[in-house]
Design a protein around this ligand. Structure first.
Ligand code: DQA
Length: 144
C-alpha cells in the first residue's frame, strides 16, 4: 500500500520549536522512523512538509488514485481550514488526523478540528510516536 504523510506549517522547525510541547525529535528523524515502520508493514511512504495551506490542498487532490491512505498533521490549519476539510472529503481517501501534542489538553482554540469529521480518526498526544501509530492505523484501515 502507499501512504502519503503530510505535514503543515512550522513542523519543519521540530527539534527547536517549543521542545517542552513538541519534543526534540526533528521532522527528518520522524520521517526516518516512519519509513522504517512502513517498510516493516510492507508499505511505501511519501513524506512531505509545507507551510502553505494551498499546497496541502493540491497534494491531497493529487493523491487520488495514487495513495491508499493519508496521514495528516495539518498543524495550525487543523483549527481553521475549511479548504483542507473539503479537499479530504472530495478525494475520499481514508485520512488519519495526527498531532504530536494532545490538542485537547491545550488552549481552547486547539480543541476544535475542522478536519476531524472527514477523517477516519484522530491520534493526538503521543509525540513523535503519533506518526508511528498513524502508520499502524493506515495499514489496518487499508486491510478493512
Ligand atoms: C500540532 C498541534 C497544533 O495545534 C499546532 O498548531 C501545531 C502542531 C501538533 O502536532 O501537536 O502546529 O498539530
Amino acid at each position: 500500500m502507499n501512504i502519503l504523510v503530510l505535514n503543515g506549517p512550522n513542523l519543519n522547525l521540530l527539534g527547536q520549536r517549543e521542545p517542552a510541547v513538541y519534543g526534540r525529535t526533528t521532522l527528518a528523524e520522524i520521517e526516518a522512523k516512519v519509513r522504517e515502520r512502513a517498510a516493516a508493514r510492507g508499505a511505501q511512504v511519501d513524506f512531505r512538509q509545507t507551510n502553505l495551506e494551498g499546497e496541502l490542498v493540491t497534494w491531497i487532490q493529487q493523491a487520488k488514485g495514487r495513495f491508499d491512505a493519508i496521514v495528516l498533521n495539518a498543524a495550525a490549519y487543523t483549527h481553521t481550514s475549511v479548504a483542507l476539510r473539503d479537499a479530504i472529503a472530495a478525494v475520499g481517501i481514508p485520512t488519519i488526523e495526527i498531532h504530536l501534542s494532545n490538542v485537547h489538553a491545550r488552549e481552547e482554540f486547539r480543541h476544535r478540528s475542522l478536519i476531524a469529521p472527514v477523517c477516519v480518526g484522530q491520534i493526538t498526544g503521543f509525540g513523535a510516536n503519533s506518526y508511528l501509530l498513524a502508520v499502524e492505523a493506515a495499514v489496518s484501515v487499508n486491510a478493512m
